[in-house]
Ligand binder design. Structure first.
Ligand SMILES: Cc1cc2nc3c(=O)[nH]c(=O)nc-3n(C[C@H](O)[C@H](O)[C@H](O)COP(=O)(O)O)c2cc1C
Length: 271
């Protein structure tokens, strides 16, 4: 290109006039493209954050309705949840209901990471490290206003992930009405079979506590006998470690450090 013409062109013109295989041009195009794309991805992530949060709440509510046996495809989850489910907070150590926070906005997971609002666990079979002092529970009432079912949050470590779920109990605080996880990161086809409807179908009707008041339900490989049949959940085939995690977490949350005191108080009518 003649020098006079090149001088007349601005920087943009000179850039465009560079041959396509010029290394400087290649690097500039790549950098500009990366910046542009990262701006689009960041803007999308920020714009979609409220939608993601809303979907998470909706999914948790759908799981609560499912474990309570109130979910049917096509229902309005928010409307049914607001109509049928009474969110409450429980002081786990005291075993009583608590009004110390608003159940609608309380975030148990955030509280369990906050030393001021949680308890460090030495004996920690569920491998959760800390437990929030207040737990979000959900009550389903019958037509007379009595408690029909109570849904308790449970979580614990499987093989790869902390699994978060719910156990629904009948009014006696002992018979299981439903059990399911709403978040887990176990291997599909192995540990993630905890989400398989056939495995979950074993839980309703099983009992948590034996006649001595101790947690007797067990996720195990052993063949049940007449004494253990009402307390037995089959381990997942090829996923003993996840199954042990489920066994550990159910023992912890239903035990003395978990919801046992609250359930005893509920049965005694002292909460
Ligand atoms: C890639 C890979 C992923 C696995 N994921 C799981 C899992 O999610 N949960 C689990 O319990 N075992 C998992 N296992 C298998 C465990 O290592 C172990 O073999 C199994 O829990 C033993 O179960 P079993 O006694 O019923 O055979 C995985 C193994 C491999 C190789």
């Amino acid at each position: 290109m003649p020098e006079a013409t090149e001088k007349k062109m601005g920087p943009w013109g000179r850039f465009l006039a560079m041959p396509a295989d010029n290394p400087v041009k290649t690097v500039i195009v790549a950098v500009v493209l990366c910046l542009f794309c990262s701006m689009i991805v960041s803007a999308a992530a920020v714009a979609l954050r409220p939608v993601q949060a809303e979907n998470k709440v909706l999914d948790k509510r759908r799981n609560i309705l499912e474990v309570a046996g109130l979910y049917k495809p096509g229902i309005d989850v928010t409307e049914t949840f607001n109509e049928k489910v009474e969110p409450r907070l429980v002081d786990v150590e005291a075993g009583t209901f608590s009004d110390a926070a608003d159940p609608a906005t309380y975030d148990q997971r955030a509280a369990s990471k906050d030393p001021a609002r949680s308890i460090g666990l030495d004996d920690d079979p569920a491998s959760i490290g800390r437990m929030a002092k207040l737990a979000s529970v959900y009550i389903i009432r019958d037509d007379q206003g009595g408690i029909e079912k109570i849904i308790l949050p449970v979580h614990g470590y499987g093989l790869w992930s902390t699994m978060y779920g719910f156990v629904a109990l009948k009014a006696d605080g002992n018979e299981v009405a439903g059990f399911q996880f709403y978040e887990q990161g176990e291997t599909p086809g192995l540990g993630a079979e905890v989400d398989n409807p056939r495995w979950k179908a074993q839980w309703p009707g099983k009992k948590i506590y034996g006649d001595d008041g101790k947690v007797k339900i067990a996720v195990s490989k052993q063949v049940p006998n007449a004494d253990t049949a009402s307390y037995h959940i089959d381990s997942l085939a090829g996923a003993s470690l996840t199954s042990r995690g489920v066994d550990n977490l159910i023992h912890f949350w239903m035990g003395e450090k978990g919801f046992k005191r609250f359930l005893d108080n509920l049965k005694a009518g002292t909460v």
